[in-house]
Design a protein around this ligand. Structure first.
Ligand code: B12
Ligand code: SF4
Length: 580
């Protein structure tokens, strides 16, 4: 591999950044898999909830962050088709082409590198993102640079930019193309959270965690905004630009940096901001805050690793996770619990009790993932030294996405039984706790009842804002779900009880709206159910965006797009001169 620390053209170099090509939700020769769409909830959270699964796409935020911090002309192609990628590199000359990817998409990166060498042989080819941890990547792709860790700093060095300049944050909504119950949801300003990336990595260093390993492992992480003041300024800019009130904080352990979080709370109070924050947090860290602090900070959704009974991770030490989930929900904080299937002590005999224990948390959402050693992690190194990894010739990277097979020989679970255990976990969670949408509505209602009369105006405003949908759309959704489950004594009963609580709180107007909206949603659900049964899948729209420097170049202006992704994929052209 050649190594050039600084590009000779510096910030005059023309740069293309691209994510891997789609379509994604189909089995193909490039490593796409039907069970591995470019989605979060459908993939690993609401996988078996059918028409009630939350369908949603997320942009490639890493690439967007890079583009926002590159002073050179930089174009971003997000979710192109293979043809669209070829078109771009055939028609537009670039000095640098950067591809961002994760390990399951290795075959696509191999193909994209070959295409770049064919159509743009003079371009410097850079690969980054989690795929960079793949030990043999330099042998299977012909790239000039394989960048491990943070790409913002790397590009600054590479282009001769100021390495100490403040990090510019892209203003972008957290999701798009959202739909549930067969109904698209508006991604309008005000209804969707913006993404916020304060740091990457996590110092807790759990043995399996590739995000932690990627940015230095135990004790290390990369902070883009060190102080609460910096973060507050960034949030204010985004809130104004996108007209949002909520932030999806894409930081693996946001609350761990206590000083920053508490200063943010102070500033939110001073400036009367009733923002909502959706965060990832380990249980122990969460418990180190008082409920008052969490509510004051606007924490309204938490993604928390429960991992599994007897998992013995430090982040869970001494925490009664069931009690914690219950107490958060009673305050209106929605919880996404995350459990692992296939820890060392899991066996075909005990796995069902372990699943039962996980679902007894009754979290609003529950992610189940296979315990998977990923290149770069201590767990991977351990399996490598023990010789227990399954070779790629038997299990390609495309199938190592955590929802299908172990990529190693498990001491107790063999013959591919893990896939069925995963499905059992999702199905059992649904059968016992009901659809996640209803659980989320229940928690939202609990929060409203608790805080509707809060003496703190910021808190009251935030809960009142959420209650607007409780009276209307959510009530309609519960009406439709109670009809959907009318023959299921357990879930049908849960739905009727929830509907009765909504009626009791919001009165006759909600009764009327619920029946009207509910009938509509019920019809949409039936249609969606049929579509899904026929094998329908969803693909993200593609995006083609230029930074200000690229827009200033006349020949870099966007050209006609000829090959969008099929189905729902519509190509969007955006001028992306908007960073705060
Ligand atoms: C958002 C997200 C998604 C989105 C993807 C959106 C997208 N457009 O790609 C969705 C929900 C669709 C998704 C799906 C999956 N994901 Co995902 N996802 C994430 C998540 C939560 C955040 C990623 C992010 O934006 N981080 C913030 C940005 C700033 O960080 P970053 O992307 O790492 O970028 C930095 C560097 O990597 C680097 N960089 C990135 N790109 C480039 C490019 C160049 C050229 C350079 C130089 C540098 C560089 O610089 C950036 C700034 O520092 C991460 C976990 C995490 N917290 O990172 C998992 C994560 C990336 N996903 C992961 C996995 C396994 C999956 C799935 C396979 C899971 C599944 N079974 O559902 C699927 C795959 C879907 C598919 N078909 O490809 C793993 C990857 C493991 C690995 N080592 O490969 C992660 C790390 C989670 C985990 N710990 O297991 N995911
Ligand atoms: S606490 Fe969570 S994010 Fe941090 S290392 Fe452990 S698994 Fe990764």
């Amino acid at each position: 591999m050649k190594s050039t620390p600084v590009h000779p053209l510096g910030t005059r170099a023309k740069i293309l950044l691209s994510s891997v090509f789609g379509p994604y939700a189909q089995d193909d020769a490039y490593g796409s898999r039907t069970v591995n769409p470019m989605e979060l909830y459908q993939n690993q959270v609401t996988r078996t909830q059918g028409a009630l699964s939350l369908r949603m796409f997320h942009r490639s935020f890493g690439l967007m962050l890079l583009q926002a911090n590159i002073d050179a002309p930089c174009t971003l192609l997000d979710f192109p088709s293979r043809e669209r990628f070829i078109q771009e590199i055939q028609e537009q000359p670039y000095d640098v082409i950067g591809i961002g990817a994760i390990l399951p998409n290795t075959a696509k990166v191999v193909e994209m590198c070959a295409l770049v060498r064919r159509f743009q042989p003079r371009a410097t080819l850079v690969i980054g993102g989690h795929i960079a941890n793949k030990g043999d990547l330099d042998r299977i792709v012909d790239a000039d640079h394989i960048v491990k860790g943070d790409g913002v700093q790397w590009f600054r060095k590479f282009l001769g930019q100021d390495e100490k300049a403040p990090v510019r944050h892209p203003a972008v909504l957290s999701g798009f193309g959202t739909r549930i119950m067969g109904t698209p949801l508006p991604t309008s300003p005000g209804s969707t959270a913006a993404i916020l990336i304060p740091s990457v990595g996590c110092p807790m260093g759990c043995n399996f965690c590739s995000t932690s390993a990627m940015f230095g492992g135990k004790g290390k992480f990369v902070s883009f905004y060190e102080t609460g003041d910096e973060l507050f300024a960034v949030m204010q800019g985004i809130a104004t630009e996108l007209q949002v009130r909520s932030f999806f904080v894409l930081d693996e352990n946001f609350l761990l940096q206590r000083k920053r979080a508490l200063r943010l709370l102070e500033l939110m109070e001073q400036h009367h901001k009733s923002w909502s924050l959706y965060v990832f947090s380990s249980a122990r860290v969460l418990q180190s805050y008082s409920m008052e602090q969490l509510i004051g900070l606007g924490i309204s959704w938490v993604w928390m690793g429960l991992e599994g009974k007897q998992s013995q991770y430090a982040k869970l030490n001494g925490v009664d996770t069931r009690a914690l989930v219950k107490s958060l929900q009673s305050q209106g904080i929605r919880v996404l619990g995350s459990s692992i299937i296939g820890l060392e002590h899991h066996t075909p005999e005990n796995i069902h009790a372990i699943i039962d224990d996980a679902i007894a948390h009754d979290s609003d959402f529950h992610q189940f993932m296979l315990y998977t050693p990923i290149a770069g992690t201590p767990l991977y190194a351990q399996h490598q030294s023990q010789g227990t990894l399954i070779p790629e010739s038997q299990l390609p990277p495309a199938d190592v996405h955590g929802q299908y097979r172990f990529n190693y020989r498990h001491p107790h679970i063999h013959d591919g039984r893990e896939e069925q255990f995963l499905l059992d976990a999702f199905n059992r969670d649904l059968a016992v706790n009901g659809p996640s949408l209803a659980r989320l509505i229940r928690t939202t209602l609990d929060g409203w009842l608790r805080y509707k009369k809060s003496p703190d105006q910021r808190v009251r405003e935030r809960f009142a804002q959420r209650a607007k949908v409780l009276r209307t759309t959510y009530a309609g959704a519960v009406w439709a779900m109670s009809r959907w489950y009318r023959d299921d004594a357990r879930i049908g009963g849960q739905m009727r009880a929830l509907l009765a609580r909504l009626y009791r709180e919001f009165g006759w107007s909600t009764r009327i709206v619920a029946a009207v909206v509910g009938r509509y949603l019920y019809r949409m659900m039936k249609k969606e159910d049929l579509r899904l049964a026929q094998g329908w899948t969803y693909e993200p729209a593609s995006f083609y965006e230029h930074n200000a420097a690229a827009l200033a170049l006349p020949r870099m202006l966007p050209k006609a797009i000829r090959s969008p992704l099929p189905r729902l994929g519509a190509m969007r052209e955006n001028a992306m001169g908007r960073s705060v």
